[in-house]
Design a protein around this ligand. Structure first.
Ligand SMILES: [Zn+2]
Ligand SMILES: [Zn+2]
Length: 132
């Protein structure tokens, strides 16, 4: 699969050549806060399959399972773009709304379903997991 995307202002863009290893929707506190919505949807790729042009700013925090999460965003327009996890240093999560075409995306799992606000409904056919 060959994919491309960029932030809202265009200062940061990327190209992907590879298949997603995982596609997920997350309702955890960090995903709700950092997106300002009910959830974040991400596709996870091998880091080596993703080429990034432009500089991101980042913020790190510790996940509930003790891993370091790094969230990368455009320093100009603030668009959330990439995520890294110390648990999987060879991987990268990409915020699905930033792809030029995201019609291929289908979440395989909804995580932190117990943190989901009632106003953010889910497709009942998708498997869910609660907070660890
Ligand atoms: Zn931008
Ligand atoms: Zn999350």
């Amino acid at each position: 699969m060959s994919l491309s995307g960029h932030c809202h202002c265009g200062a940061v863009s990327y190209q992907v050549n590879g298949e997603p290893r995982r596609m997920a929707r997350c309702h955890c506190n960090a995903c709700r806060r950092t997106t300002g919505t009910g959830h974040l949807v991400q596709a996870f790729f091998k880091r080596a399959d993703v080429k990034i042009a432009g500089k991101t700013a980042s913020h790190q925090s510790t996940s509930d399972t003790g891993n370091t999460r790094t969230r990368h965003f455009c320093p100009t327009c603030g668009s959330r773009l990439f995520s890294g996890n110390s648990n999987a240093p060879d991987g990268i999560g990409i915020a699905v709304g930033s792809f030029d075409d995201s019609s291929w995306f289908k979440p395989e799992v909804i995580v932190y379903e117990d943190c989901r606000p009632a106003w953010d409904p889910i497709d009942q056919g998708i498997k869910t997991r609660k907070a660890p």
